[in-house]
Each structure stands twice: as structure tokens, then as C-alpha cells.
Design a protein around this ligand. Structure first.
Ligand SMILES: Cc1ncc(COP(=O)(O)O)c(C=O)c1O
Length: 486
């Protein structure tokens, strides 16, 4: 109910801890809700009475307890915590965009369709693909969409293939998406240098394989050097090569997955195109395909007719809708603004700086004494293991001590194939000065691990909450995880 006397509502307070306000008479013809459900007196039990400055200070203090990339270096590997330019936000909050409704007549939403159409063209160019759907709302949602497209293509060919091959270094969402799409995921080992083991692939590759999902660059931060050979092997068996393109930030403007032999790719706009970090959604995970898979793309797609008008299009063979309307429109708009501001030269600079920064950290941290398990140039992120730490000091201790030094920890214990993994992704948006401060802090932590290891074991020392019980934090329902004999 709209009350047009805000002063009355705010200042007519009852006793401490509750605000009592007489609400206006409810009109007898009000049919929206049953009368018995309507509140007759505005009593908000348990709310403290505070002034505006007190309330603002409370929420500001709370927000300062939250660590974010706007406050500190946030080198969370496999998450690409790069700066999101404020220009994206400014454009996405313009009334012309926010006032749109998906059910408005097509004639009134031409600019929105034009933006989506142009964004798709740019994505084709960046990835070397023939068409994109912009409808998926997360990277993982894109994975599921891509695999459903592959499934539909086999169905159209009158084939039912069951297996999807996935290297052991892959992100956990890959096997999960394969299962959701109705396939059986099969693990493929990686070599000691981090690339896919070709013999292991040869052993399982048969006519029942629908696709292989490869993350390139991989979650080990490495470029898959055998990618052309793997593509040929898959294609010779009539299977598709799927690219988890979440790490595209290392390649933008430099190399195109479509040219490497990939048939399908999902991208994560929050990892490459500087949109807010919607891991798992709500974000955007556009999916690109090669020509033969276009008919199976989700609908609607945006096409341009011969008179230059844009319109939604539904293909008979499409896998159908995978999200309402046109996907996460304002997230796509932010990514579009990013691409338009960067241009192709800007994007090339991004990939170069992201890779340079990661290699600067790799070499500098190895020189301090940290173990780098794959000793070859990395791409967007560098990987350490706990192997060189003194006995009794583990990866978790290093991560927690970094908090005391003012840094958000790196990703730890992922990828699973490396014991005590520390995955560090600096991104292109960090300066050399910041990287040097981080290297200095990592050097201090290594020294402390030898001289005063308890400083690490008891870290963090400066946060309101110290160490939490990880099992309980991840399983708030307090699952009984004890081993039971059958
Ligand atoms: C390699 C890789 N694949 C898939 C995903 C899943 O993407 P999303 O979090 O958008 O669902 C991520 C997440 O960052 C990732 O790093």
C-alpha cells in the first residue's frame, strides 16, 4: 500500500525496539489479498530505533568487512577477479535500457536487438565461430547448453552417443554438465607436463564418444599444445571438440578457439568481458558453434532481415529455450560496452598483460623458493604446490597468513591433480607495483614458515573471525560424514 505521509511513518515511533504506526483504513473494495492477511497496524517487532547516520555507519562498517577487488589485490585463480570498468555500469543503468520490457513490440526494441546482434558478431570474430547464443546465464549454464546442442545434433543424425571425455584437470562443472546433459563423463589423464595424455585418449576414443571437453588454456594455467592433433582425432571418429572457454582472457585478440579445431565454446563474460562476477549465475555464458550446429542453438536468436530490421527467430531444430526471453540482457550490455571501449588492439593488450603478469609471478615466486610443478611458461595464471614448504606447514596456512598481509588468498587445493595447489591469477588490471608487493608478502610468509610456523598456523590474526571449521562451513546442515560399514 502506498502511503504518502512518509514523515508520519518514520517519526511516529512507539516504544524502543518497535515502530508503531496507524496505517490508513483499508478500502472495503480491495480484492488483491484476503483481508485476514492484511496488516492493520504497522508494528515492526525487534527493529532498533536508530538515526540515519547511525544506520549508515552500521552498513558502511559491514561493507568494509567484505573483501573485494575494489579494495585489494584478489588473485583468486580460475576466477579472473579483474577490474570492472565503471563505464559498463554507467551505460547499463541508463533509463533507455533499464526501461525496456521483453514484451514490448519489436518495433520499439530495435536498439536492444541491434546491441545483441552486434555483440554476437563480435563474439564470432573473437572466438572464430559461426554463430553464438547469448541466452545462457553462467559459464556452467553455457556448458550444459553446448552439450545439449551436441546431443541434438547426434539425434538429428540418428545416432545416440553416450560418452563425453574430460581431462582430470578440468573444472568440476564440466563433468556435472555432462551428466545433466545425459552423457557419461570419462576421465582422461594429463601428462607430467600438464597436457592431455594422447595414449590415454586413444584408448577410449571410439564411435560412442560424443565430445571431448577441453579447457584451453587449462585450469593448470597451461596452453594445450596438442590441441590440433586432439581435434583431428575427435573429428576422425565423428565426435565434437568442446572448448570450456572460461579462460579466454589469456587469448582474446591473439588466438581463436575456432581456428584450433573447436566446434563449440562457452565463454564466461565475468571472467573475460569484465561483467560483475556472477559465478554460477546470474551472469552470462554465451555459447558459440560452428556452422553445422547453428540450427540447434537455443531460441530465440536475433536475426537481421533484408530491410535491416532486427527480429527474434525460432528454428524448428532448436533445443528450445534455456532461459526466459533473451538471457541476462544488462550483463550482455556491460560486456558489449567493454568490447566497444577496448577495440581489437585493447583486447590484444589485455591478453598480453594478463599472461605477462602471471609469468612474472611464476618466475619471481619460484626464485623465492616456492615449488612450481609445471616449469614452462604459463598463460593467465600460475600454479604453485606446497611441496617446498617446511614439514607441518600446508597450503591453507600460507593462504590464511596472506590475509594478515592485506591480500585476498589465491585459490587453494584446486586443481585437484596438484597436491596442495595454490592457483594465482593476477589478471591484466594489476600494476607491477602491486605484483611486487604481493611477491614481497609471499617471501615473508615463506620465511615465517621456517622461523615462526605458528604465526601461519594461527593466521589470520586481524579478521573478526579466525579459522572456521571448513567441513561445517561447507555443510551447514551438519551432515554426519563418518564412514559407515555396509
Ligand atoms: C574453467 C572454468 N569452467 C567453468 C566455470 C564455471 O563458470 P560459472 O561460474 O560462470 O558457472 C568456471 C568458473 O569460473 C571456470 O573457471
Amino acid at each position: 500500500m502506498i502511503h504518502n505521509e512518509p514523515e508520519k511513518l518514520i517519526f511516529e515511533q512507539g516504544s524502543a525496539g518497535r515502530i508503531g504506526v496507524d496505517l490508513p483504513e483499508i478500502p472495503s473494495d480491495l480484492k488483491v489479498l484476503p483481508r485476514k492477511l492484511l496488516q492493520t497496524r504497522g508494528e515492526l517487532e525487534g527493529f532498533p530505533e536508530v538515526s540515519e547516520p547511525e544506520m549508515i555507519r552500521h552498513y558502511t562498517r559491514l561493507s568494509q568487512k567484505n573483501v573485494g577487488v575494489d579494495g585489494t589485490f584478489y588473485p583468486l585463480g580460475s576466477c579472473t577477479m579483474k577490474h570492472n570498468p565503471r563505464m559498463n555500469e554507467r551505460v547499463a543503468s541508463m533509463k533507455g535500457w533499464t526501461g525496456l520490457h521483453p514484451y514490448m513490440p519489436v518495433s520499439e526494441t530495435q536498439s536492444a536487438f541491434k546491441m545483441l546482434f552486434e555483440f554476437e558478431q563480435m563474439m564470432n570474430e573473437i572466438c572464430g565461430m559461426d554463430a553464438f547464443t547469448l541466452n545462457p546465464v553462467a559459464g556452467s549454464h553455457g556448458e550444459l547448453t553446448g552439450l545439449k546442442i551436441i546431443r541434438a545434433a547426434f539425434r538429428a543424425r540418428g545416432e545416440k552417443r553416450e560418452k563425453v571425455l574430460i581431462p582430470t584437470s578440468a573444472h568440476g562443472t564440466n563433468p556435472a554438465s555432462a551428466v545433466l546433459a545425459g552423457f557419461t563423463p570419462i576421465n582422461i589423464e594429463v601428462d607430467p607436463d600438464g597436457s592431455v595424455n594422447i595414449e590415454a585418449l586413444e584408448k577410449v576414443l571410439d564411435e560412442n564418444v560424443a565430445a571431448m571437453m577441453i579447457t584451453n588454456p587449462s585450469t593448470l594455467g597451461l596452453f594445450e599444445t596438442n590441441i590440433k592433433k586432439i581435434a583431428d582425432m575427435l573429428h576422425a571418429k565423428g565426435a565434437y571438440l568442446y572448448c570450456d572457454g572460461a579462460n579466454l582472457n589469456a587469448l582474446v585478440g591473439k588466438a581463436r578457439p575456432g581456428d584450433m579445431g573447436f566446434d563449440v565454446i562457452q565463454t564466461n563474460t565475468h571472467k573475460t568481458f569484465s561483467t560483475p562476477h556472477g559465478g554460477g549465475g546470474p551472469g552470462a555464458g554465451p555459447v558459440g558453434v560452428k556452422k553445422e550446429l547453428i540450427p540447434f542453438l537455443p531460441c530465440p536468436r536475433i536475426i537481421k532481415d533484408k530491410d535491416g530490421r532486427f527480429a527474434p527467430y525460432f528454428d524448428k531444430q532448436s533445443i528450445g529455450r534455456i532461459h526466459s526471453h533473451y538471457g541476462n540482457f544488462l550483463v550482455l550490455l556491460r560486456a558489449y560496452v567493454y568490447l566497444r571501449t577496448m577495440g581489437d588492439k585493447g583486447l590484444r593488450d589485455v591478453a598480453e598483460a594478463a599472461v605477462l603478469n602471471a609469468n612474472y609471478l611464476r618466475v619471481s615466486l619460484a626464485a623465492l623458493g616456492y615449488k612450481v610443478p609445471f616449469n614452462r611458461p604459463c598463460m593467465h595464471e600460475c600454479l604453485l604446490s606446497e611441496e617446498n614448504m617446511p614439514k607441518g606447514v600446508v597450503t591453507l596456512d600460507v593462504a590464511k597468513r596472506l590475509i594478515d598481509k592485506g591480500f585476498h588468498p589465491m585459490t587453494i587445493y584446486f586443481p585437484l591433480t596438484v597436491h596442495g595447489a595454490m592457483l594465482i591469477e593476477p589478471t591484466e588490471t594489476e600494476t607491477k607495483e602491486t605484483l611486487d608487493e604481493f611477491i614481497k608478502a609471499m617471501g615473508e610468509v615463506l620465511e615465517e614458515s621456517k622461523e615462526t610456523p605458528d604465526l601461519l598456523h594461527e593466521a589470520p590474526h586481524i579478521t573478526p573471525v579466525q579459522r572456521v571449521n571448513e567441513a561445517e562451513a561447507n555443510h551447514p546442515k551438519k551432515l554426519n560424514l563418518r564412514w559407515k560399514k555396509q
